[in-house]
Design a binder for this molecule. Structure first.
Ligand SMILES: CC(C)(COP(=O)(O)OP(=O)(O)OC[C@H]1O[C@@H](n2cnc3c(N)ncnc32)[C@H](O)[C@@H]1OP(=O)(O)O)[C@@H](O)C(=O)NCCC(=O)NCCS
Length: 219
């Protein structure tokens, strides 16, 4: 049975926000009679985007609905974390978003607040923390362990037995070599993997790597 009304705010009226809103529209279409979707953006110049209202946070907070959710469509994990603290203090509930064709096999545990885009795949025995983003065409293979606020740009290939710590950012088309059960390949906290990088070894926390094989970016 459909519930009455639902309001979802997509925080970030950016390119990614515009990609995520339609996923929510599809995900919730059959659950609510009256589904209202808006963008939430404190710096937006427009009052409407793709036919949906753009509100600042204060105005979004004022809106009332039986069911009210927020989604953080922002690639920077640190910004997601800050916004989450603010929204939790205001008692907003975070929605997890999942595209209808995402493939998720056995024993895959994905924390709250994730955004799983179209054509992504999660094979078996995978653990992922909160507020994970998997952009289009990315995959995560068996026995990977991923922390909180990790971001995958499109087409990330994360092979088996890889551990990725909190706040790491993995750029478009990066390929991460598999580890082993005894020695997983580790991408450290806050590391950045450049687009197109081929990661063959552990990446220390906070380091940006690029290229094939991936090496630290020298300034
Ligand atoms: C690696 C990265 C984080 C570096 O960003 P940055 O610190 O702003 O670095 P710059 O753009 O100033 O580039 C520094 C140098 O590295 C090179 N470079 C940057 N990214 C590179 C990459 N992924 N592979 C190879 N070389 C790269 C630049 O050409 C530049 O070289 P130069 O000094 O010879 O001119 C960024 O380029 C990147 O790959 N980000 C991911 C982008 C992405 O996946 N977006 C998805 C959007 S959904």
């Amino acid at each position: 049975m459909k519930m009455n009304d639902c309001l979802v705010g997509v925080y970030g009226a950016s390119g990614f926000g515009r990609e995520v809103l339609p996923l929510i529209r599809t995900q919730l279409a059959n659950q609510f009679i009256n589904l209202k979707l808006v963008f939430v953006d404190d710096g937006a110049c427009e009052s409407e985007l793709n036919g949906y209202p753009v509100l600042n946070y204060e105005n979004f907070l004022r809106l009332e609905a039986e069911n009210k959710f927020i989604v953080f469509a922002i690639a920077d994990g640190h910004v997601r974390q800050k916004l989450k603290a603010k929204c939790l203090a205001d008692k907003l509930e975070v929605l997890s978003v999942r595209a209808d064709n995402a493939v998720i096999l056995d024993m895959v545990d994905i924390g709250k607040g994730s955004i799983i885009c179209h054509f992504t795949q999660f094979t078996s025995n995978i653990k992922i923390g909160e507020h994970f983003h998997a952009n289009i065409y990315s995959y995560v293979a068996h026995d990977c362990v991923i922390g909180n606020y990790v971001t995958f740009a499109p087409s990330v290939r994360c092979n088996g037995n890889v551990h990725i710590e909190d706040h790491a950012y993995i750029g478009t088309g990066a390929v991460i070599k598999q580890g082993t059960p005894n020695k997983p390949l580790v991408i450290g906290e806050g590391a950045v993997i450049g687009m197109g990088a081929v990661v063959t070894k552990d990446v220390p926390a906070g380091v940006t790597v690029i290229g094939n094989p991936a090496r630290p970016l020298s300034r």
